[in-house]
Design a protein. Sequence first.
Length: 225
Amino acid sequence: MQIKVDIGKTLRSGARIFELSARFESASQRVVIHGPSGAGKSQLLKALAGLATPDHGRIELAGRRLFDSGAGIDVAPQRRRVAYLFQDYALFPHLNVRQNIGFGLQRGWRNPWSRVDGEAIAYWLRAFELEHVAHQLPHELSGGQRQRVALARALAPRPDALLLDEPFAALDHGLRERMRAELDALQRKLAIPMILITHDPEDVSAFGDHVLRMEQGRIVYAEEQ
């Protein structure tokens, strides 16, 4: 993955002002951005996904300009070909596992029917060992199962990159270790580039081929393995 980021954004909340000024380049398949809460990590990830618009700057991914304030380019989130895994997974509570996974495969599919089939959905159900819960709703699943469903839904459209926002923060210690191992194996199998943000040193050790340290809205340190 070749990514180039040079963006700035001013965020205001009452009297508080936060300046995001992030600049980095990477050709790594695994980029980890770590730092304390409030460092601006999530804002940076949202800007990459197109869920937040920088005030100025440029974002390039795999040779495509996703954002360029000078050229008036701001590619819509659904056209950026990046998958964003939210910290709370953001599954649709009224859709079962099969429908959640299939949601990203059909444009404008707001209310999918109760029986959804297809080779692509079946593939991801098998890949994440979710076949036995395919007809269950999110509230009926364990934390690990919900994360698998969210990952499957994110990967089903075959994105160019995977963005992960503190993916293990909501899991207990034992499950966190298991899900790290599963994500590690999956990323290597699919060879999909990923950018992961975290405050957990164990995530850095597991996935940090290119490690960036973020503090107060800026990248202050970078190290490649």
